[in-house]
Design a protein around this ligand. Structure first.
Ligand SMILES: [Fe+2]
Length: 371
C-alpha cells in the first residue's frame, strides 16, 4: 500500500448549496469565475446552485464548457478569468465543467502549455500559484469534485489527466442539484460512478480502506440507480447516487482498469464517458473474471445475490433496464479504429491497474466483443 490520502473538504446533503457563500468568504474569493455549461444554465440549475449569493450584478460566467473539455476550452476560460481579474473559480455542473474549472486553475498561474502539466507528459511540471477552486456537482457520476485530476482532451489527441490534488478547496455536494438531471444522463453518469467502484475494487493495488469505500459506493449506486432513473425527484435515491459517486472518486486513487483505459481512448474522439463505461463494464469484467474470482464473490454478496451470481451479466441486464446502448456500434463506432484504440488504451494510466495485463490483441478482441 503506497499512499492513502483523502484530500477534499466536502459539504454533503440536501440544501448544502447554501454553504457556497461561506466557502467564498473562507477562501477570500471576492470575484469568482463561474464555470458551467449552457444546459445547466438553461435548466435553472446554475441559478439554484448560487441562490445563497443573492443578486450578483456583473457575475463572470463561462458557460461554454463542451461535453468533453478540451485544451482550447481551458485556454478560452482562462482568458475570461484574466480579462475579468477574477480571484477564484466556482465550477458548477457535470464532470466536464468541474474538470474544466480545475484545469483553468492549473493554467491561471502558469505560462507553460497545458500538456506540460499532464500526467502523461514525461516530466509533468509542478503546479504553483493556482487560485482556489470550489466545486458543486450537478450530476452523480465522475466524482470530479473529489477526484485528484482534471481529465482533458489535449491538442495532440490524447485524453488524459492533469494531477491537481490541492486546487479544490471545497466540494459542495447537494443532491437537490441533480433532481432535474434527465433519465438518460442519470443512467449514463451513474454507470460511470458504478464503474469507478467496481474497477477500484478489482485493481490489484493494496488499499483496504479504498476497497471498503468502493463496496459501499457500489451498493448505494446499484440499489438506487433505477429509482433515480425512473423518478428524478426521488430524494432518497438522489442522495445515495451522489454519495456513491463521491465514494467512487474518493476510492479510485487505488487505480481503475480496462473499462477506463478504453473509454479514455474512445472518449478522445468525443463519445460520452459514462455511456462508454456502461457498455464496456460487462465485457471487461468477463475477461477479468478468471483473475478475480474472490472479488466477484464479494461483489455478489454486496449486491445481495447468490455467491456464484454472474456479475458481468448482472451489469449487462442493468444497462438494458436503464435503456443504455448495448454495444459500441450503437454509438456509430467503426471497428476500423480498434487497432488505434487498443494502442491508446495500452498507454493509458488506467491500463496499469487492470487485474491482468491485456495485450494489444486482447484489447482488439475486447472491443470487438463490445461492438
Ligand atoms: Fe470515469
Amino acid at each position: 500500500m503506497a499512499i492513502l490520502s483523502f484530500n477534499t473538504k466536502v459539504h454533503f446533503g440536501h440544501g448544502e448549496r447554501a454553504q457556497l457563500v461561506n466557502e467564498l468568504r473562507l477562501n477570500n474569493i471576492k470575484r469568482p469565475l463561474f464555470v458551467t455549461d449552457a444546459g445547466v444554465k438553461t435548466a435553472g440549475v446554475f441559478a439554484q446552485a448560487i441562490e445563497s449569493l443573492g443578486a450578483i450584478p456583473g457575475a463572470v460566467v463561462f458557460d461554454q464548457t463542451p461535453p468533453n473539455p478540451t485544451e482550447d476550452a481551458v485556454e478560452a476560460c482562462t482568458a475570461t478569468y484574466h480579462a475579468n481579474q477574477c480571484d477564484g473559480i466556482v465550477g458548477i455542473g457535470g464532470g466536464a465543467s468541474l474538470d474544466l474549472a480545475k484545469a483553468v486553475a492549473v493554467l491561471c498561474g502558469q505560462s507553460a502549455p497545458l500538456w506540460e502539466y499532464c500526467n502523461r507528459h514525461p516530466q509533468p511540471r509542478p503546479i504553483t500559484k493556482a487560485p482556489p477552486v470550489i466545486l458543486m456537482p450537478t450530476t452523480s457520476g465522475t466524482g470530479s469534485e473529489v477526484g485528484r485530476s482534471a481529465v482533458i482532451i489535449f491538442r495532440n489527441g490524447i485524453k488524459a489527466g492533469i494531477g491537481c490534488p490541492t486546487v479544490v478547496k471545497a466540494a459542495i455536494c447537494d443532491p437537490d442539484l441533480t433532481i432535474k438531471l434527465p433519465p438518460m444522463m442519470t443512467a449514463a453518469s451513474g454507470m460511470d460512478a458504478l464503474a469507478h467502484c467496481v474497477e477500484t475494487f478489482c485493481s490489484p493495488a493494496i488499499n483496504p480502506p479504498s476497497d471498503a469505500i468502493a463496496m459501499d459506493g457500489l451498493k448505494r449506486l446499484f440499489m438506487n440507480i433505477e429509482r433515480a432513473y425512473e423518478d428524478g425527484t426521488d430524494l432518497h435515491a438522489r442522495w445515495n447516487m451522489m454519495m456513491g459517486a463521491l465514494e467512487g472518486a474518493i476510492c479510485f486513487q487505488k487505480g481503475l482498469g480496462a473499462v477506463h483505459s478504453v473509454s479514455h481512448a474512445l472518449g478522445a474522439l468525443g463519445y460520452h464517458h459514462g455511456t462508454l463505461n456502461a457498455i464496456m463494464l460487462p465485457h471487461v469484467l468477463r475477461v477479468n473474471a478468471p483473475h478475480i474470482s474472490d472479488k466477484m464473490t464479494t461483489m455478489a454478496t454486496v449486491l445481495r445475490m447468490p455467491a456464484d451470481a454472474d456479475i458481468p451479466t448482472v451489469f449487462a441486464r442493468l444497462n438494458e433496464r436503464l435503456g443504455l446502448p448495448e454495444g459500441l456500434s450503437d454509438l456509430g463506432i467503426d471497428p476500423a479504429i480498434f487497432t488505434a484504440i487498443a494502442k491508446a488504451a495500452l498507454a493509458d494510466n488506467a491500463h496499469k491497474t487492470n487485474p491482468y495485463a491485456l495485450t494489444e490483441a486482447d484489447y482488439i478482441k475486447l472491443l470487438n466483443a463490445a461492438l
